[in-house]
Each structure stands twice: as C-alpha cells, then as structure tokens.
Design a protein around this ligand. Structure first.
Ligand SMILES: Cc1cc2nc3c(=O)[nH]c(=O)nc-3n(C[C@H](O)[C@H](O)[C@H](O)COP(=O)(O)OP(=O)(O)OC[C@H]3O[C@@H](n4cnc5c(N)ncnc54)[C@H](O)[C@@H]3O)c2cc1C
Length: 467
C-alpha cells in the first residue's frame, strides 16, 4: 500500500479509529487455532458506518485490499490478513432497537453473540444461535459465515435468523434495510448475498435479527448409543415423540468425550461410556415443568426399543450446563491435544451412518494409528470428522502427511450428496477444493463479485481467491 493511501486513511478517520501499534495488531493477525499467521500495515477500527464507508471508497479508489474482521474465531483462515488492511468491527458494538412485539433486535456488527443472547433474555425473548465461540464471535462474523451452532435443528442457521442488514458496498455506498419486516417482496432478497459471503462483497455494519419466545421449560440429557446409525434412529424417535420440541441433538465419539473430560478440571463422565457414542439431547416446551417429563418418557421408550444404553437426565440447571460444557469443550480439548486434520462436513441425515462407516474405514486404511475425533450437530447432518494421532502433540508434519485423507473424505462427502463446508465457511482452507468441486457455482459467485467489487478489494484471497 502506498504511503499516500496510508496517510489518506489515517487523516480521513478519527485518531481512535486506526492503529499501527504492534501490540494492538498482534491478536488481529493470528487465528484461534494458531494455524494462520498474517501481517497488516494498518488496523482500522471504525466507530460508525460513515467511517466504514469512507475507508471502503478510499481503498477502492486506490486498489487497497481489505480483510474485515469481527471476533476472529474463524476456523478456516478467513479473517487473517496477508498484507491487507484489517477492518475490525470491534468498536461498532451498540445494541439498537428491540421490538418485542415484532420479535426483532437491531444491533451493530461488532456486538458479541453472548451480548445479543443476554439482551434478548432481558426482554423475555430468545436469540437462539448458540456456539462454542459465542463469548468472542460477533454478529457481523456470524452473518458473514452463515454460522450454525447447536440449535439449527429448531431455529435454522444465521441465514434464517436475519431480517435485514446494513452493508457498506466496496465503493462506499450504503445498502440499508433494518426495518425488521418478515414479508417484503420487492425483488431480489439482497441480504442473502452478503450472508455467508465471508467479507468478499462488502462490510456488514448492522443487522436486524429474529427473536423468539423463550421456552418455559428445558430438559437436557446424555444417552449412550452404540453407533451413529442408532443415534439417527434415536433422533427420529425423539422427533416423533416430542412434536418439534428437539432444540439440539449432538453426537460425540468416545474419543472426543474422553479428551473433554481429561481437559476440564473436575469433570467426570456423567454416564457409563461403555458404548462408543454419546448423544446430548435438549428438549424445550412452552409449558412450565413439561420438558423434563417428556424427556424422561422419551428416553424410557428409547431404552425399551434398544436404542440407548445408559442415560442421564440433568436434574438442575448446573447439571445441564455441565453436560453442555462437556460437549462445547471438545474443540478446545482437541486443540490442546495437538494438530488435527479437520472436516466440517454435512450429508443428508439419512446418510450419516453409512458415511461415518465408510469414512472411518477409509481413514484407518490410509493412516496408521489414526485417532478419529468425531462430534457435531448430527441432527442437521453436520459432523466434525477430525483426524489426529492418539499420542498428544501431532504437528504441522502430521497435517501435511494427512492431506490425502481430506481428499478421500471429501470424495465420500460428494458421493453421499453432502457439503465440504457445513457451517465454518470456506475461507483460505477450502477455496481450492470448492473451485474444483463446484466450478459452476464458483463462476457464478465470481460474476456477482465482479459486479459489486470490480477492483477486487474485498477479502480477495478468501472463498473465491486464488493463490
Ligand atoms: C471453539 C469454537 C467453536 C466454534 N463452533 C462453531 C459452531 O458450532 N458453528 C459455527 O458455525 N461456527 C463455529 N465456530 C466458527 C466461528 O466461531 C464462526 O465461523 C463465527 O461465525 C465467526 O464469527 P467471528 O465474529 O469470529 O468472525 P471472524 O472470524 O472475524 O470472521 C469470519 C469471516 O467473516 C468475515 N467478516 C467478519 N466480520 C465481517 C463483517 N462485519 N462484514 C463482512 N465480513 C465480515 C471475515 O473476513 C471472515 O472471512 C467455532 C469456532 C471456535 C473457535
């Protein structure tokens, strides 16, 4: 970037809206997994949409590439600059209008997800998107990655939860629709273009999201099953018995659960894990004290039908939280264990069990001493099928050696009509695979990008980028 552009950027902004301090820049140029490390000449941290607009029009004029960044919890390297300026949304963190009757909440893009959840609770409402990174991830990041999480089964992905967006386009124009309408048939649904665009089409500066009534009762249970096939049978059983009350249905391999228990201080296995898999089920009801008896009855009949072995129903909120903590700690425990080759994939729920059998066989035939940690949102057909070594401390060498495994797993995903990215996005990690496996989709996406971003300044290496 030329010194003139750098100076122009600094002078057009409030002095609090940029930084060159290496200590402040440091957390913005490395990712959560420590896999991607980058560089940037300048951290931009605008406080208003107007500042974002001025930054984009200047960068567009001078062909300066920009990496937008929210909570920097991307697992695919999408938020790490390699020479681009970083545009952090962290100072745009105001909650705007909450309309309880319309069940909608408007906020700036830099609001942390947990803050949105807590604000909704204060209004007696629910913002349902919930994921392990919710203490750091921000609304703008969730939108730009079309995040999923643990409640997709009942409430949908981010794409389903957005009523409107404010986006600064690459040339600085502001496209704004924060009216909170559920019905608006005035042509193309433009907001959907920016949801899941990973910062390649513009910068999301604000959003209006859906709220829901809070369930009056919730029940959480763990149940042991002997195979993914049994887990899917159990899912059908629970859905049929609860009439839409299943809020979450998560599957964990014994390897993943063991890692989480070893990682967490004072944690223990709440149930006998003599079976290879454990399912976490969350049921909700609009009636007080209703979810628990429904869960008890449903687990009872599941046991009678031979679907589950040991099971534990949380008796207190603290127990329910402890069950969830076990599930949510698997990624962190895995990170501590060492490098892993990770696959955030989805297949139709009806294919889960065959896919898992074939993928396990394939990995075991290709890698000696492979240690598979599989877990995820099986209720949506989404599995994190991760491969590492049993002994802790696998490094980048292992990741490089296991690249062929990824190829084989993605071939199986294609065979079963799945997706190579269920919820984490494409970023840097999967862009080549995407271009190879979905060439026409990528051509169409590139046509859209060149219409909106003809100078290619928005996150140019991510999603559609080439080396
Ligand atoms: C422990 C852990 C658990 C996780 N669990 C889940 C899970 O269950 N489900 C799930 O879906 N994901 C999960 N993730 C991945 C991650 O949290 C999500 O992808 C999240 O949506 C990223 O949000 P962020 O605010 O951190 O965005 P960032 O990481 O900052 O950015 C993500 C992408 O969006 C772009 N971007 C960010 N903000 C904007 C903006 N305002 N305008 C335009 N582009 C922007 C960035 O350039 C980047 O490409 C997990 C991550 C961790 C570390």
């Amino acid at each position: 970037m030329s010194t003139e552009t750098l100076t122009a950027l600094k002078t057009t902004l409030d002095p609090r809206s940029w930084s060159e301090d290496p200590d402040e820049l440091a957390p913005h140029v490395r990712d959560w997994r420590n896999r991607y490390r980058g560089v940037t000449p300048l951290l931009l941290k605008p406080a208003t949409t107007d500042e974002v607009s001025r930054i984009l029009s200047l960068c567009n004029r001078d062909n300066v590439a920009i990496t937008p960044q929210s909570g920097n919890t991307s697992l695919v390297g999408g938020s790490i600059p390699q020479g681009e300026v970083v545009l952090s949304l962290k100072r745009m963190n105001a909650i705007g209008k909450i309309d309880a009757t319309n069940e909608s909440l408007t906020c700036e893009a830099g609001v942390i997800v947990e803050t949105v959840q807590n604000t909704a609770i204060e209004q007696g409402k629910l913002f349902p998107l919930s994921l392990g990174a919710q203490g750091s991830a921000m609304i703008g990041g969730l939108i730009s990655t079309n995040a999923g999480g643990v409640h997709v089964l009942r409430y949908g992905m981010m794409r389903d939860l957005v009523l409107g967006l404010q986006v600064v386009l690459p040339d600085g124009r502001v496209l704004s629709d924060l009216k909170g309408l559920r019905k608006d048939n005035t042509g193309y649904d433009l907001k959907q273009l920016f949801i899941g665009a990973e910062g390649t089409l513009g910068v999301v500066t604000a959003a209006t999201v859906k709220l829901f009534p809070r369930p009056a009762s919730t029940a959480v249970a763990l149940a042991a099953v002997d195979s993914p096939a049994k887990a899917v049978e159990l899912l059908t059983h629970v859905k049929n018995k609860t009439g839409g009350g299943v809020a979450a249905f998560e599957l964990m391999s014994r390897s993943g659960l063991n890692l989480a228990v070893a990682h967490l201080p004072d944690a223990r296995h709440p149930i006998k894990i003599d079976q290879a898999w454990t399912v976490l089920i969350e049921l909700v009801s609009a009636e007080p004290d209703r979810a628990q008896p429904i869960m008890e009855k449903t687990l009872g009949t599941a046991f009678e039908h031979g679907l589950i072995g040991d099971a534990a129903l949380a008796q207190t909120q603290a127990q329910a939280k402890a069950f969830w903590t076990l599930r949510e700690s698997i990624p962190e425990a895995e990170r501590t264990h060492g490098k892993a080759v990770k696959h955030d994939i989805s297949v139709p729920v009806s294919h889960i069990s065959v896919f898992m059998e074939e993928a396990t066989r394939t990995v075991e035939s290709m890698l000696e001493n492979a240690f598979i940690i599989a877990f995820g949102h099986v209720g949506d057909g989404n599995i994190h099928f991760n491969v590492t070594r049993e002994e802790p401390g696998a490094g980048e060498n292992f990741v490089a050696a296991a690249a062929a495994v990824t190829e084989a797993i993605y071939d199986l995903v294609d065979k079963h009509g799945g997706s190579i990215s269920a919820e984490h996005g494409v970023g840097i990690l999967k862009r080549r695979e995407l271009a190879r496996r979905k060439p026409v989709h990528v051509q169409v996406m590139r046509a859209i990008k060149s219409a909106l971003d003809p100078n290619g300044v928005m996150n140019p290496r991510v999603l559609l980028g080439e080396d």
